[in-house]
Design a binder for this molecule. Structure first.
Ligand code: ADP
Ligand code: MG
Length: 716
């Protein structure tokens, strides 16, 4: 009988800088690599482009206009030269289809000359526009098959970069991906549109507030959680391999309850890996800031310094890619799935978000002066209003099959969207509403009139780890994103709904000041009524508690527990209205996204259901039957009595799962099918797993074909 390997396949010698197969981790080389070395940054552009071309490019980017052909040719040629000096032989239009990951189609710089030789060429046209075979990317019906063309268009506001591979290098040009008729098929286009929308609204509001800015940009910095496991175990687990998560596995004896992992020392192999990831990201211009162990065993986190949302979102995609690629050099696999292990905390992504002016003001920073406080109160009120009005949509923006194991499961924020402001700020808003305050409230709140503006307390530093949307001093932290997600949609939604709320408050401000009210008085009145109307969204208690579920219900807050409950909000009337008004996504584009998301949910559960059935029937059941056979042969009655019925139950459960996988309802729409897999396939999978996990504990270790949690999670 085959027994499985017990040891992970990579020993220290293989990954240590001086030894073994992975000599690329050469420290002398490391010090030669500098931040942004592999980025065609503004500094490189300035250096490499003729002065006039550089200025024109800068101006075009600033205005968001298309590039003239002659200009594009000049930029392309400089970019190619720079890339080839760095060993690039190919270029790609790098884009972000609705799969949530990135896509590339590689083209060589070399083209035939006609006399049998080849020369390096890369025209402006090739830089600006590409035509990948789009039919393999999800479009939610936008691209009917007879018009399967899709275009990629250069986004000059996100710098091109070089991805290195041990055997070559590739120039990546960030692009947007559209259908032939101009509909967005990616995560970048709506994000850019939403940033424009927010900028317009915020600039208007600022001018009403007596502040001049040409442009307001949104910022994002995402804290990314991930698991690292030894690659040996990954390949021995068909469930991890095909679905990214373990569909079986009994809880390990030593679990995370020992709490010794968080901020604990980082194992050497893992640290070596992290250092290389950081070096690689630095070369790509991704500013990494922190790294530490996370709560679960084998779980880690990486966070960048924030950037404007478009670049931050691109960098987040690069980060996920680099995390996964580099892991393989260390005999590790990086898992970005939201819930790789049952009974162990899953992985999320905290989306730190703010708005800043081109004059350097962070609009969500309370600041030191009354004027800054005024701006803050106004924009913070807009966020409260936006999140309250569109709580369900925000919930939908973070919905996927993996998230359903996490949100609301007392390890991640609940599926109920609420805002944590912190005690001081909450007190300040309450004081403004009631026009009075207690002794702890800054005196200025007591006299809300005329020119005296409240001096806002500094952020008290109190933290609430259970809130999905928390104010953390000078930004909001949307904490409900899943670890595998693109930042695109959640930020697109945040920007769009905030643009709407800012405009709504600006309308009130405008008519008040036109009617002779002072800006200060008008803002206080707006803050007061906005707080009164939206304070139900503010909650500072324990988001994991049952009381909160009851309380949220009485406040009328939505509790959309699972993806099929949440996703329809992508196409609800109020969503369509705000997205059309701000030209971020048309109704058709929203419907496409909704369809893609629902289909992805169904496909994910289908694959899980079939993988679980196959593993159960062809790997686990045979192991259990062999053991039962041995027991019967030897005649150990007591153990036979224990194992026999469990094997019978297992067979029954497998048959139920197989039927669930097979008997999908026919001729129903995607949401109906999603509800079917939710209501039938998932419970059937759980049924099989429950028995399998019991069997894992009684079948001899050398017969059990899957590596166990205790090995996967604790061997580093
Ligand atoms: P925490 O206590 O949550 O770790 P940090 O100050 O370390 O808080 O910041 C966490 C993340 O928030 C980092 O990725 C950081 O870049 C990001 N961040 C900080 N300020 C902003 C901002 N104004 N806009 C967007 N993200 C920000
Ligand atoms: Mg955080």
């Amino acid at each position: 009988m085959p027994t499985r390997t017990r040891t992970p396949n990579v020993t220290a010698a293989q990954w240590s800088p001086n030894g073994g197969a992975l000599g690329q981790a050469d420290l002398t080389q490391a010090s030669a690599n500098r931040f942004g070395d592999n980025v065609f940054s503004i500094a490189v552009q300035r250096q490499r482009l003729p002065k006039a071309v550089f200025r024109q490019l800068e101006a075009t980017v600033a205005k968001g206009q298309p590039l003239e052909p002659a200009l594009a040719d000049a930029v392309a040629s400089a970019m190619r030269e720079w890339a080839m000096e760095r060993g690039a032989t190919h270029y790609t239009h790098w884009f972000q289809p609705l799969t949530g990951s990135t896509a590339e189609k590689h083209d060589s710089f070399y083209g035939p000359t006609g006399d049998g030789t080849a020369i390096a060429e890369f025209s402006g046209k090739e830089l600006i526009q590409g035509e990948p075979d789009a039919s393999s990317f999800p479009s939610g019906g936008i691209r009917s098959t007879f018009e399967a063309r899709g275009y990629t268009a250069w986004d000059p506001s996100s710098p091109a970069f070089i991805l290195e591979n041990p055997n070559g290098a590739l120039l990546c040009i960030p692009t947007a991906f559209t259908s032939w008729s101009g509909e967005a098929l990616d995560n970048k286009i709506p994000l850019l549109r939403s940033m424009d929308a927010l900028s317009r609204s915020a600039v208007r509001a600022l001018s009403l507030l007596g502040e001049t800015a040409q442009h307001v940009f949104t910022t994002v910095g995402a804290e990314q959680e991930y698991f690292l496991i030894d690659e040996q175990y990954y390949f021995e687990r068909p469930d991890l391999l095909t679905t990214g998560r373990t569909l079986f596995g009994a809880k390990p004896p030593k679990g995370q309850e020992l709490d010794d992992h968080y901020f604990g020392s980082i194992p050497e192999r893992v640290l070596a890996y992290m250092l290389e990831v950081e070096r690689e990201l630095a070369k790509l211009g991704v500013p990494i800031k922190t790294r530490h162990n996370e709560v679960a065993p084998g779980q880690y986190e990486v966070a960048p310094i924030f950037e404007n949302s478009n670049i931050g979102a691109d960098h987040q995609q690069i980060t996920m890619q680099v995390l996964q690629n580099i892991a393989r050099r260390y005999g590790l696999v990086c898992l970005l799935h939201e819930k790789p292990f049952a009974g162990v905390n899953g992985s999320g992504k905290h989306n730190n978000w703010s708005m800043g002016t081109d004059t350097g003001i962070n609009l969500l920073d309370p600041g030191d002066t009354p004027h800054e406080n005024l701006l803050f109160l106004f924009f913070c009120s807009a966020v409260l209003k936006a999140v309250n009005a569109h709580q369900e949509l925000l919930r939908a923006s973070v919905a996927n099959a993996g998230q359903d194991h996490r949100l609301g499961a007392n390890e991640a924020p609940p599926a109920i969207i609420s805002i944590f402001l912190g005690a001081e700020l909450e007190k300040a808003f309450t004081a403004i509403e009631t026009g009075s305050g207690d002794a702890a409230t800054p005196a200025a709140f007591l006299e809300m009139g005329a020119s005296v503006l409240p001096r806002l307390p500094l952020h008290g530093g109190d933290r609430n780890r259970t809130s999905p949307f928390a104010f953390t001093g000078n930004k909001f932290e949307f904490r409900a994103l899943g670890s595998s997600m693109s930042l695109g949609m959640p930020n697109t939604i945040l920007n769009t709904i905030t643009a709407q709320a800012i405009d709504q408050l600006s309308d009130v401000l405008e008519s008040a000041t036109n009617g002779g009210t002072s800006i200060e008085e008008a803002v206080l009145e707006i803050v007061k009524s906005t707080w009164a109307d939206n304070k139900r969204i503010v909650f500072s208690g324990d988001g994991y508690s049952d009381e909160w579920h009851a309380e949220a219900e009485s406040r009328g807050l939505a509790n959309l527990r699972q993806s099929p409950d949440a996703l329809p909000w992508l196409v609800k009337e109020q969503t369509v209205e705000v997205f059309s008004k701000y030209n971020v996504l048309s109704e058709r584009e929203l419907e496409a996204r909704y369809e893609v998301a629902v289909e992805q949910y169904v496909t994910t559960i289908n694959i899980e259901g079939e993988t679980a059935a196959a593993i159960a029937r062809t790997m686990l059941l045979p192991a259990a039957v062999r053991w039962l056979g041995t027991l019967q042969q030897v005649g150990v009655a007591k153990l036979t009595e224990e194992t026999g019925p469990l094997v019978d139950e297992f067979v029954e459960a497998i048959l139920v799962l197989e039927a669930a996988n097979r008997d999908h309802p026919e001729g129903v729409d995607a949401l109906e099918e999603a509800k079917y897999v939710q209501g039938t396939v998932i419970p059937a999978m759980n049924g099989v797993r429950e028995i399998a996990d019991k069997l894992e504990k009684i079948v001899p270790d050398d017969l059990w074909p899957l590596p166990k949690y205790s090995e996967i999670l604790f061997i580093k």
